[in-house]
Unconditional design. Structure first.
Length: 349
């Protein structure tokens, strides 16, 4: 049967189930004027699943928004939501991101199969020395741990693994608060705050300041989106809190360059940041799966003194080569030498 002849809810169910069966990581719902192209990403490569008529496609868009508990009548703003595992798809959740285009609403759906998603640090397929460095970052009771990398590289999975590591080490769950937009994975015991659909009256800066009045020891921030959020996060890290967060930047030097460019005192930045992780997902040499690459920096006194001098990005990129575990290219080249990835993929970062 032509998929266009099905009812909208059956089209959506069919596509979601098919993507899960194909072990896809993402589904893309792309409006193209007279039709919608539905694609999925498998092992890092996109494949067209279906083309759907524009009318049926628009109805399916509304259906997805309802399932993700988004506002169907708001079609001129971006919205994020989650289709949880109680929606009839077994142990699978779908993270939904909607944005308006001139042809209609574009939707990206991230597929999270809980049965296959790593839960703990030793399940992330990181090298043993990487896990050891992450544990060193967590051992500090205060300071900021920043994760960076492109969308879909595994930052959120790593953050949740770090939280579980704290719980494993007997941190009181009542002392952990996460603020996310939206909450992507629920961890029993900790307090998780969702900003999805909250509006301007409840945003990151307001939620962060409220959390700091709750005797929190570890503060998880889904994303440092602007200068105001960075300021609150830095202040928290400098006043005895452990902060775990993500920040959009290409690599470790870019994290420092962007924060310094926002006008924060280099001394405060050097003091606050206790660890940075830059992640990627690369094809394994077999080409059948993707494996994580992680460059890590645990700043030593020499690095902190360097940051206090307020270096430019070019200076940061030169300096980071002195720290092989923190230099993306060096880490990728080692993975190629060890036979984990193809040599050509080591130079595509």
């Amino acid at each position: 049967m032509d998929i266009n002849n099905l009812e909208p809810h059956k089209i959506v169910d069919r596509i979601l189930n098919e993507a899960v069966a194909l072990h896809a990581s993402d589904i893309y719902w792309l409006p193209e004027g007279d039709s919608y192209s539905v694609r999925c990403k498998i092992n890092g490569e996109q494949k067209v699943l279906y083309r759907i008529d524009s009318e049926a496609g628009a109805q399916c868009t509304s259906r997805i928004k309802v399932m993700a508990q988004l506002l169907t009548y708001r079609n001129q703003i971006s919205q994020d939501g989650v289709i949880r595992d109680d929606a009839g798809f077994g142990n699978v959740e779908f993270r939904v991101a909607v944005m308006p285009t001139v042809n209609g609403e574009r939707i990206t759906v991230r597929i999270l199969d809980k049965a296959m998603t790593p839960q703990h640090l030793d399940e992330l397929h990181f090298a043993p020395e990487t896990v050891s460095q992450l544990q060193t970052m967590l051992s500090k009771n205060s300071g900021m741990i920043v994760l960076t990398g492109p969308t879909g590289c595994g930052k959120t999975t790593t953050i949740y693994a770090l939280v579980r590591e704290l719980l494993k080490n007997n941190q009181d769950p009542a002392s952990i608060i996460s603020i996310e937009d939206p909450v992507e994975c629920r961890i029993p015991g900790i307090s998780q705050v969702s900003l999805s659909k909250a509006g301007e009256e409840w945003n990151y800066p307001l939620a962060l300041r409220a959390a700091l009045r709750q005797d929190v020891k570890t503060l998880v921030i889904g994303e440092m989106r602007d200068r105001e959020v960075v300021k609150v996060a830095l202040d928290a890290a400098l006043t005895g809190h452990r902060v775990i967060t993500t920040f959009h930047a290409g690599d470790i030097p870019s994290v420092y360059a962007r924060i310094l460019h926002q006008g924060f005192e280099p001394f405060l930045v050097a003091s606050a940041i206790t660890g940075i992780v830059s992640q990627r997902l690369l094809k394994s040499k077999l080409g059948e799966t993707r494996i994580p690459l992680a460059a890590l920096l645990v700043p030593d006194d020499g690095w902190k003194d360097f940051i206090i001098a307020n270096p430019a990005l070019s200076e940061l990129r030169k300096k980071i080569k002195e720290y092989p575990m923190a230099h993306l290219q060096s880490v990728a080249e080692k993975m190629a030498v060890d036979g984990m990835i193809d040599v050509k993929d080591a130079y595509l970062l």
